[in-house]
Write a protein that binds this ligand. Structure first.
Ligand code: DC
Length: 339
């Protein structure tokens, strides 16, 4: 059982108390990926200046019918935040307490600046291989002073780790035992993000088609995804980030302020990937790379857990006929509007 905290301010009317309670609950449900049946109990508190309605009514109206609900008065402390609703939301979902995502919204964000991070901001970019995510994300990160988190590099690092141990990435039972000892990190060196595995700089080593295909394989396994997603959320918490991958807007950062789904035609993506491979001194032909990217797309879109898909609130950008600068400028414009 875990307990999720939440807080939000309201006006002292029935409508506002119920509306803000609902917002707080929906945010907690979305951030923690909860099903209503997983909610065991909710204790709401209200400051003395909110006495127009019981917040629990809003929870019942949302269909939270089985959970035990209660409403109690918040302690009166001199100088404390006025018109504030708080909640303790108990959930039985098999997760550990450290995975709980607490929601301190609007004016109540000041109560836990370490969690709500008045300054935190996230841009999520998802899309298929070769759509230009990482090139564009690096550009936007540099222009808007955001931390760039390349989640594909994390799956690639685990793929390389398995390959070096001689484990077949196509067999879940072969790679899972390697997961507990696996650790990677990003380091900033001379203004560049570098990827490290056990003290070794693997930034270039993970850029081969073989490691990429292995990454797509290991990304199918739920325990691998759970471990890496936890790391990704930790890296983003309270910070200003731009994160790219396949499930960022749909799963890793569902509350990202800006979600982009970056796409491009298969032929164009294959040409770009071929260019990158050749720049890195690797041999390949266009038909080979096209077939490999099509296979990766198939793997990434049709896997069981957190497949690549466009989040409902994502903005789609088709980069087929756009330059990196044009795509970056479009994303920066949208990001600035939401900062
Ligand atoms: O973006 P990339 O090519 O570096 O990603 C390598 C593989 O990792 C990709 O085929 C699918 C997987 N991946 C994923 O499943 N989820 C992410 N968030 C990022 C990458």
């Amino acid at each position: 059982m875990i307990c999720i905290r939440g807080a939000i301010q309201a006006e002292n009317t029935k409508q506002s108390i119920w509306q803000e309670t609902e917002t707080m609950l929906r945010e907690a449900i979305q951030a923690n990926d909860l099903a209503l049946e997983e909610i065991v109990a909710i204790q709401f508190t209200a400051t003395a200046d909110l006495d127009a309605a019981y917040p629990a009514v809003a929870a019942r109206k949302m269909g939270i019918t089985e959970a035990a609900l209660s409403c109690v008065a918040e302690m009166k402390v001199v100088g404390s935040l006025p018109r504030c609703l708080r909640m303790n939301l108990w959930v039985e979902n098999g997760k550990a307490q450290k995975e709980a995502k607490h929601v301190y919204l609007g004016g109540a964000a000041v109560l836990r600046p370490d969690l709500a991070g008045g300054k935190s901001f996230a841009v999520a970019i998802d899309g298929p291989a070769g759509s230009g995510k990482s090139t564009v994300a690096k550009q936007v990160a540099s222009d808007l002073a955001l931390i760039y988190i390349d989640t594909g590099a994390m799956y690639r690092a685990f793929s390389l780790y398995c390959m070096r141990l001689g484990l077949s990435t196509e067999q879940e039972e072969a790679v899972l035992p390697a997961l507990s000892d696996f650790s990677m990190e990003f380091r900033n060196e001379n203004g560049q993000r570098r990827v490290y595995l056990a003290g070794e700089d693997i930034t270039q080593t993970i850029r081969t088609q073989q490691v990429g295909q292995g990454a797509s394989n290991v990304a199918r396994y739920l325990p691998v995804r759970e471990k890496l997603v936890e790391l990704q959320r930790h890296m983003a918490q309270g910070k200003r980030v731009i994160m790219d991958g396949r499930d960022i807007g749909t799963h890793v950062l569902p509350n990202a302020q800006l979600k982009i789904y970056l796409d491009a035609a298969l032929e164009e993506r294959a040409k770009r990937r071929l260019g990158e491979l050749r720049e890195n001194g690797q041999q390949a032909t266009l038909p080979e790379v096209t077939a490999q990217i099509a296979a990766r797309d198939d793997n990434d879109k049709n896997r069981q857990y957190h497949p690549l898909r466009q989040a409902d609130d994502a903005i789609v950008i088709d980069s087929t006929d756009m330059t990196v600068e044009e795509v970056a400028a479009a994303i920066e414009q949208l990001a600035k509007e939401r900062m």
